[in-house]
Design a protein around this ligand. Structure first.
Ligand code: SF4
Length: 490
């Protein structure tokens, strides 16, 4: 679709130009609020190419990185599109903000701009022009009434319940919990099924080790950490883990840090004496191994200092050392079998949480408790290397799916029951953009108990309904899965 560049806004009146000038003097939030609430004059909308535009769903407001609205549903020129919408006061901001080089903006289907510029928005991969709406031509005079309320309007829009939330508010709380629990079960099963093909051979322990290591890397370091697990398989580390604690630590960390290219500098200018000594020892041990580094350091950015990848690696070492005396996999199995005996007893929760606390504890003498990287130094106050939230993340994504897959393979129904019970008592991870979104839409009017199971269920519903069907709330089938009050359950 081509269009004339910087085409004058034909048909705009002096009053309309004043409105545009007024909106332009405010922040983008005002135009976002207009888009969210569709505050336009009565004129039928048309894109800058003259195509008829109908907004079926404006999309979900996105406060995080990426486009301003996601999962919008539009009709452009009589064809339905679903995707994201980006809003700018000036058209050239698309290029100025680097969106034309950013894959997160690849799904944008409409660029809403107050005023057109010289360069239309283009897609990253294809370079194709993205349809634009010159919103300045459609502003209603009522926009003057909301100039001070734009943020408030956006907040209200953000908090609107979904159609599912309205149904949930009219249903019995158990009906909502049931459907969330079912979604959590589906999610757990899906994760286990992905692991299933990896099992059945002799290397089960290594499979779990690789999955745990990779999840500890989070997205930026996942591949690097998985490669580290392959390069130094757990079996090769077991003799080192049998050494006295400081010796084992130095040997294992020298391998991991050395392979990641974190021990290349000859010294650490500015680091304190303890840190220098620790670094010097690891570097000397790595040099003695005469192995090449396979990476050149770790990707930076994204994680908070107390959650730096180095801290997670050191935390994993302590976990292995604590659990590994009689075999790491055996340690997990012993824990799960013990829980099996307590399955219907009140001590189940205390025992499970206490065990995980001990299994991921960091000894008080570990210098990394107060550090976040060799080069950049110290934290304000020492903290555990793998805290409760990371443990929950590992349990949800690595440990529980692994043992669920193993239980399925061995048709161990009793073990499955223990694992599902664990989902019930483990606390939720820290909320993220998707869980906050679901809590507002589905659980805003009918709050749910915050457990790992609830959170996993909400994530699954978000994935299956809010992002996969592209129907928006209007045609979403999920609300029908919540039994209305008074309906009987099969
Ligand atoms: S799309 Fe469906 S599941 Fe998502 S908020 Fe709307 S009604 Fe709820």
């Amino acid at each position: 679709m081509r269009r004339n560049q910087a085409q004058p806004a034909a048909g705009t009146t002096q009053a309309q130009r004043s409105l545009v000038a007024e909106v332009a003097s405010h922040r983008e939030a005002l135009l976002q609020a207009c888009w969210a609430h569709q505050c336009w004059s009565g004129r039928a909308l048309r894109t800058c190419d003259g195509e008829a535009l109908e907004v079926l769903t404006p999309g979900w407001l996105n406060r995080g990185p990426g486009p301003d609205f996601t999962e919008a549903r539009l009709s452009i020129g009589g064809r339905e599109y679903w995707g994201d919408v980006e809003v700018h006061l000036e058209e050239q901001e698309w290029g100025e903000h680097g969106h034309d080089r950013d894959p997160r903006y690849e799904r944008v289907i409409l660029h809403v701009v107050l005023r057109r510029g010289q360069r239309p928005a283009t897609r990253f991969v294809s370079g194709e022009a993205i349809p634009a709406l010159e919103a300045g031509r459609y502003l209603s005079a009522q926009v003057l009434d909301i100039v001070q309320d734009a943020e408030d309007m956006l907040r209200r829009y953000e908090r609107l319940p979904g159609r599912c939330g309205l149904r949930a508010a009219l249903s019995a709380p158990e009906a909502v919990s049931r459907v969330v629990a079912h979604a959590a079960e589906v999610r757990a099963r899906d994760k286990a099924e992905r692991i299933l093909p990896l099992l059945g051979s002799d290397g089960e322990e290594q499979v779990l080790f690789r999955i745990v290591f990779s999840y500890l890397g989070y997205r930026p370091c996942a591949k690097l950490f998985a490669a580290l697990a392959d390069r130094f398989p757990l079996e090769s580390l077991l003799p080192l883990l049998a050494l006295p604690y400081p010796e084992a630590r130095a040997e294992v960390l020298a391998r991991w840090f050395g392979a990641l290219g974190l021990l290349q500098a000859e010294s650490l200018p500015g680091a304190d004496a303890d840190c220098q000594a620790d670094y010097g020892e690891l570097r000397a041990r790595w040099a003695a191994l005469r192995l090449p580094s396979t990476a050149d350091g770790l990707p930076r950015g994204g994680s908070r200092p107390w959650n730096s990848p180095e801290r997670r690696i050191v935390g994993l070492f302590h976990h292995l050392y604590t659990m590994g005396a009689g075999g790491w996999l055996k340690g997990w199995l012993a824990f799960l079998h013990k829980l099996d005996g307590l399955r219907d007893r009140p001590e189940f929760r205390k025992e499970a949480l206490g065990h995980l606390e001990r299994a991921f504890a960091t000894p008080g003498w570990e210098p990394w408790r107060g550090m976040y990287s060799f080069a950049r130094g110290r934290l304000g106050r020492p903290a555990r290397l793998i805290g409760t939230e990371r443990v929950t993340m590992l349990m949800a994504n690595a440990v529980l799916p692994f043992f669920l897959a193993r239980a399925r393979l061995g048709a161990d129904a009793e073990m499955e029951k223990v694992l599902y019970r664990l989902y019930l008592i483990l606390p939720a991870e820290a909320p993220n953009q998707r869980t906050r979104f679901m809590e507002r839409r589905l659980a805003g009017l009918a709050p749910q108990k915050r457990t790992l199971r609830t959170q996993q269920g909400l994530l699954q519903i978000h994935q299956d309904f809010c992002t996969s069907f592209y129907e928006g709330c209007e045609r979403c089938g999920f609300p029908d899965l919540i039994a209305p009050a008074g309906a009987s359950q099969c």
